[in-house]
Design a protein around this ligand. Structure first.
Ligand SMILES: [Cu+2]
Length: 382
């Protein structure tokens, strides 16, 4: 020990304390020092990483994923990312319903980051002074300090740089977690995303056989809790803080008004459908930071599924529907065998059809009559 012993503070105490500061911040922004001691953590000197190569990644909006290698061709490296927090109004359905969203990089979910096991993730998190709230980031894939949340709490106008080592392969959620009631509120206002930590040698089927994908898509499922007025119409607000009290009441019913993929009803359907071709293998990364979900490809399957997203476990095969617990990301690999439009849904079909949790895959190619054919077209019963 070098005299800088870590101070252990229970998570309960810490979150309670942070909650108070954050609630004050929600109503009237109060400058609260965003320092490591808030998390009961004293970090040591910043380790020298000059011996490792560095790579700067430009993130892209979901459902797309930045270019990356499936099998690492270089040793561990420091991978640099930047996330800019944006508080912004977003339309979430076909009726023009709005939410004063809180976002990483302006999208719900935030972008998918990809690194390899053993890499260091070095994130610059920016909270521009056009925002009103304190924010931070909790990476479920990292270790210590509330997943980094205790070292990244920043006021509007501030930025912070966090580095952590990706020691566990898998897909993992990240989300804002400023403390107390701010945590669920920021998460259900859009502040969540995912990171994929690939094994250095790529994905395997559990028996050593390599698995590769031709395309990868990132579906972030989001529950929204939009308050209604006396007539039953959804209300709109001027700022996130303006709607906080009303939204908290809806949140406490545990019944979302919207359950959507990628920020809005229809964000991944029709012209926005995810594309593929017969014979292509698609990796679908699916996260839900707050509620359980159960993805299903209507007319297809999960060939290899890591439902809880952790690649050191052998994938399950031939699944019809898989369960992703809230606060988790999953990954499913499927090789499309027939052309057409596939609905990709949360197979609570009320959430899929009534609340919005439906996406489409548009798949080109030749139909296989051996797999399915219409032997007789509809005719009167005879
Ligand atoms: Cu936040």
């Amino acid at each position: 020990m070098d005299g800088k012993e870590n101070i252990i503070v229970s998570r309960r105490t810490l979150l309670g304390a942070a909650a108070f500061a954050s609630v004050v911040g929600a109503a009237v922004l109060t400058a609260v020092p965003a320092v490591a001691e808030d998390a009961g953590v004293v970090t040591g000197p910043v380790p020298d990483m000059s011996h490792l190569p560095r790579k700067k990644v430009k993130l892209v909006d979901p459902p797309f994923v930045h270019e990356h290698e499936q099998i690492a061709t270089v040793g561990p490296q420091v991978v640099e990312f930047e996330l800019v927090i944006q508080e912004k109004e977003m339309v979430i359905d076909d009726y023009g319903t709005t939410v004063q969203a809180m976002t990483f990089n302006g999208t719900v979910p935030g972008p998918l980051m990809v690194v390899h096991e053993g890499d260091y993730v070095e994130l610059t998190l920016k909270n521009p002074d056009t925002n009103q709230m304190q924010h931070n980031i909790d990476f479920h894939s990292s270790t210590g300090a509330l997943g980094g949340g205790g070292l990244t709490l920043i006021n509007p106008g501030e930025q912070v740089v966090l580095r952590w080592k990706a020691t566990r392969p898998g897909v993992f959620v990240y989300h804002c977690a400023p403390g107390g009631p701010m945590i669920p509120w920021h998460v259900v206002s859009g502040m969540n995303g995912a990171i994929m930590v690939l094994p250095r040698e790529g994905l395997k089927d559990g028996y050593g056989k390599p698995l590769k994908y031709d395309r990868v898509y990132y579906v972030g499922e989001q529950d929204f809790y939009i308050p209604k007025d006396e007539e039953g119409n959804f209300k709109s607000y001027e700022s996130p803080g303006d709607g906080y009290d009303d939204m908290l009441k809806v949140m406490r019913t545990l019944t979302p008004t919207h359950e959507v993929f990628n920020g809005a009803v229809g964000a991944l359907t029709g012209d926005n459908a995810m594309k593929a071709a017969v014979g292509e293998t698609v990796l679908i990364v699916h996260s839900q930071a707050n509620r359980d979900t159960r993805p299903h490809i209507i007319g297809g399957h999960g060939d290899y599924v890591w439902a809880t997203g952790k690649f050191r476990n052998a994938p399950e095969v031939d699944l019809e529907t898989w369960h992703i617990p809230g606060g988790c990301a999953g990954a499913a690999l499927y090789t499309f065998l027939q052309p057409g439009i596939y609905a990709y849904v949360n197979h609570n079909l009320i959430e899929a059809v009534e609340l919005g949790a439906t996406a489409h895959f548009m798949v080109e190619g030749e139909w296989n009559d051996d797999l399915m054919t219409q032997v007789q077209a509809p005719t009167p019963i005879g």
